[in-house]
Design a protein around this ligand. Structure first.
Ligand SMILES: NC(=O)C1=CN([C@@H]2O[C@H](COP(=O)(O)OP(=O)(O)OC[C@H]3O[C@@H](n4cnc5c(N)ncnc54)[C@H](O)[C@@H]3O)[C@@H](O)[C@H]2O)C=CC1
Ligand SMILES: O=C(O)C(=O)COP(=O)(O)O
Length: 526
């Protein structure tokens, strides 16, 4: 039974799903060193934002197949390293959207009315109404930085509360912003004009310290800033200085440059700032959502099925996957076949998608072809996660062409591999939607189902060759399951494809190459 380590607190609903297929160990108090020491035993790791999945953890996780992040942000995971190792990283892109958006809205409201400090004051025996005169958000301008899932929900609710909306997001269209009632503007304008600024973007090298001393200096002196996205998008030292000097109106933070927040001057700013301990996703509903979402994906991957929201391979909805699966198998088989025919080092792979498969998302098919191409050399070290990286690192140039108008079959795939030993091509189709047929080898028409052990020859089309190859194989006790010959012209060149019940013994290829008329011979093990 596979083993799953759960190293951050997740809802029981997720643990119940994992327990159906795996031994589940929950240990939420591991130090980084203890995690490195323990991870080698596990096939899967389930985390939230607390666990840091570093290169050291990934290196030690020799059996790891999947890392499941029960939430959105995967900045606590070394995703490039996981990808290189072929480990799937999944998250729950939508499970906590509402929770995080509502937390940002709650921060905006409570900051405007000083609710945390007023509460503290009353509980300490005071009754100071004048100290807590707030401001209304109605008709104020909210600047939303990052108009993705959470930012969009914040915008929708804020609009309903009568706010004017500005948005900055370089990756969304003005139409989408308009649908949400937002005016899409440049960041400097948003910073200058907003009464409230709320951040809903990932932390990346580009967004680190997006809100810095310079940016803060351009903002209104009354501006209130909310960060429920990621620590480090705001320069905390610059923010503390601006709050201390009163050059901005207030701030509400849920996330920090370093978590848990240590000794920080932010803690001393009292009324000017609200601090919560990374609670954006902490609602009962969101925790059930993300735990189920991620546990189901871990279960599926452990059962050999694809994950629906992997961050390092194309995520496929189950209904799309259902349709695509036979084509992925076809692409992988042809990739493997052409890779073995080409032998040596492949420098270029051209994938021609024809008919039905030329429409829609072709990226998974390309990845499957590469996985097949590399599988002979890399065996189980190559998978859907790392196939593209492995190909890139080997300098394989990949070319994709599509022709949706070719309609011989519902869809066919043609792969050509150019390598140090020459160029080879294969074409394949699906019969009845699922049965693979190889219909062309090096432009010779043929019709063979791929089998585990195969022999291909290029020879002169002349009487006697088939018999000679048959008796030669017989003398080595190799049983032929099926045989097909394809030629372009009578008595010209031809190819022969043999499916064998047994692998070819050492030395037989040299004997085959000695048969008069045989120009070339290749063994293929699929
Ligand atoms: N505090 C908490 O507990 C939670 C925090 N989060 C964080 O909230 C953030 C947003 O999450 P979602 O809305 O689900 O993600 P999303 O992917 O739906 O949206 C992010 C948006 O940011 C935009 N973006 C990327 N780079 C940008 C840049 N340089 N400037 C402006 N916009 C940029 C993207 O185009 C995208 O529209 C993430 O950082 C996530 O980790 C999410 C859930 C809970
Ligand atoms: O989903 C996210 O990105 C979050 O930041 C939530 O973090 P958490 O799962 O509450 O540790």
């Amino acid at each position: 039974m596979p083993k799953v380590l759960v190293s951050d607190p997740v809802d029981q609903a997720g643990l119940d799903i994992l327990s159906q297929v795996a031994q589940v160990d929950v240990n939420t108090s591991l130090s980084p060193e203890e995690l490195v020491a323990a991870i080698g035993d596990y096939d899967a790791l389930m985390i939230r934002s607390g666990t840091k999945v570093t290169k050291a953890v990934i290196d030690a996780g020799q059996n790891l197949k999947i890392i499941g992040r029960a939430g959105v942000g995967v900045d606590n995971v070394d995703v490039p390293e996981a990808t290189r190792r072929g480990i799937v990283v999944v998250n729950s892109p939508e499970g906590n959207t509402i929770a995080a958006a509502e937390h940002a809205l709650a921060m905006m409201m409570s900051m405007s009315r000083y609710i945390p400090s007023a509460d503290r004051s009353v509980k300490s025996g005071e009754w100071k109404r004048k100290d807590f005169t707030g401001v209304e958000i109605y008709k104020k301008t909210l600047g939303v930085v990052g108009l993705g899932k959470i930012g969009s929900h914040v915008a929708t609710v804020a609009r309903a509360m009568g706010m004017k909306l500005l948005a900055y997001d370089p990756f969304i269209s003005a139409e989408r912003a308009e649908q949400l009632g937002c005016r899409l503007v440049e960041l400097d304008l948003l910073f200058r004009e907003a009464d409230y600024i709320t951040l809903h973007l990932p932390k990346t090298p580009e967004t680190t310290h997006l809100v810095n001393e310079e940016a803060l200096a351009t903002m209104k002196p009354t501006v209130r800033i909310i960060n429920c996205a990621r620590g480090g998008i705001i320069d905390e030292a610059a923010l503390a200085k601006a709050l201390r000097e009163g050059t901005i109106g207030g701030a509400a933070l849920d996330v920090y440059e370093s978590e848990p927040l240590g000794d920080s001057e932010l803690r001393e700013l009292d009324k000017a700032i609200i601090l919560t301990p990374h609670l954006g996703a902490s609602t009962e509903e969101a925790q059930v959502n993300v735990a189920i979402d991620v546990a189901e994906q871990i279960r599926d991957v452990l059962l050999g099925l694809p994950a629906r929201s992997a961050v390092n391979i194309p995520g496929l909805r189950p209904e799309v996957m259902q349709k695509l699966r036979p084509y992925l198998q076809l692409a992988e088989t042809l990739g493997n076949l052409v890779g073995q025919l080409a032998g040596g080092r492949v420098q270029e792979l051209t994938v021609r998608l024809q008919g039905d498969i030329a429409g829609g998302d072709t990226q998974p098919i390309m990845v499957a072809a590469l996985k097949g191409l590399l599988s002979h050399a890399l065996q189980e070290r190559v998978n859907y996660v790392n196939a593209s990286i492995e190909a890139k690192e080997r300098g394989i140039h990949v070319i994709e062409t599509r022709d949706a108008d070719i309609r011989d079959y519902t869809g066919s795939l043609n792969l050509s591999a150019k390598g140090s030993l020459g160029e080879h091509s294969v074409t394949g189709v699906l019969l009845g939607g699922s049965e693979i047929r190889v219909t062309d080898i090096d432009e010779f028409p043929i019709n063979v189902p791929p089998t585990q052990h195969m022999l291909f020859t290029l020879h002169r089309d002349m009487p006697g060759i088939i018999g000679k190859i048959g008796s030669l194989l017989g003398s080595f006790n190799v049983n032929i399951a099926s045989m097909q010959v394809g030629r372009k012209i009578v008595r010209g060149d031809a190819v022969m494809a043999l499916s064998l019940d047994d692998p070819l013994p050492e030395g037989i290829l040299d004997e085959i190459l000695k048969v008069p008329g045989i120009r070339d011979a290749y063994t293929v093990n699929l």
